[in-house]
Design a protein around this ligand. Sequence first.
Ligand SMILES: Cc1ncc(C[n+]2csc(CCOP(=O)(O)OP(=O)(O)O)c2C)c(N)n1
Ligand code: SF4
Length: 277
Amino acid sequence: MAPIEQLNLDFLRTKKLPHIWCPGCGNGIVTAALVRAIVRAGYDQRDVVIVSGIGCSSRAAGYLNFNTLHTTHGRALAFATGLKMARPQLKIFVIMGDGDCSAIGGNHFIHAARRNIDLNAVIINNYIYGMTGGQHSPLTPLGKKATTAPLGTLERPFELLELARGAGATFGARGIAAQPRQLEQLIARGAAHKGFSVIEALSPCPVAYGRRNKQGGAVEMLKAMKENAVSVERASNMDAQALAGKIITGVIFTREAPEFCELYYQLIEQESKKNSN
Ligand SMILES: Cc1ncc(C[n+]2csc(CCOP(=O)(O)OP(=O)(O)O)c2C)c(N)n1
Ligand code: SF4
């Protein structure tokens, strides 16, 4: 078998390169982890769809050599829902930024979770609106600076996976760009799960977030991320004080519930049987 790094080139639209991302941006690391998860799962390239919204992170769809839909800001899940309902056999990965997913796209997010539709949401959380120069998002940590919060944001952030769990999602995991192999495994586990799976991938934006918040460059940001990461297994033996400021990584929750497209097609079949009798 060819090394995975070599295989990855088949999954890139090399004609679209160079990419637009700044030096040190984590988007490439997360995108590569997603590609490796798809390759390792052995899905047929023609059965995979990458859907994205708008933002630096959402540009990933344009660079990937699968079926892709680069949609409008906040609406990636709405497009993906329609596609999945029409073609339930497809494996659909939805790449969103933290703003795209939890601000303008917040309603689509909670309703996709409520339906438990079999989509794989990969949220690249860099704590900021990168593409538009650094406005704060609903995931910006309390007190951190943004162009729209020059003295630090007063808004408490969503805990994205708790929001997903509360809304009905059946799989939630968190990984970090500083641990790309674990991230790849988490994306693969989410993809194997039947239902709405949410992978929060924490990723450095040294330009719009790091610089303004004096976090150092990309290397320092990745190092800090790694130092603060605690696996969910280790976290279960730590108290709230020890966990303050830590990033809990791994599968945070998983549960079973009926999947929306299966219910939808069962209903259609039942009705067509009734009508043909
Ligand atoms: C309807 C609409 N509103 C606003 C914008 C401007 N806009 C483009 S990207 C973006 C935010 C992107 O931030 P995020 O989703 O966190 O992704 P990132 O760029 O950080 O990867 C905004 C507000 C837009 N394109 N469309
Ligand atoms: S602004 Fe931030 S998120 Fe956007 S490409 Fe640059 S480093 Fe990446």
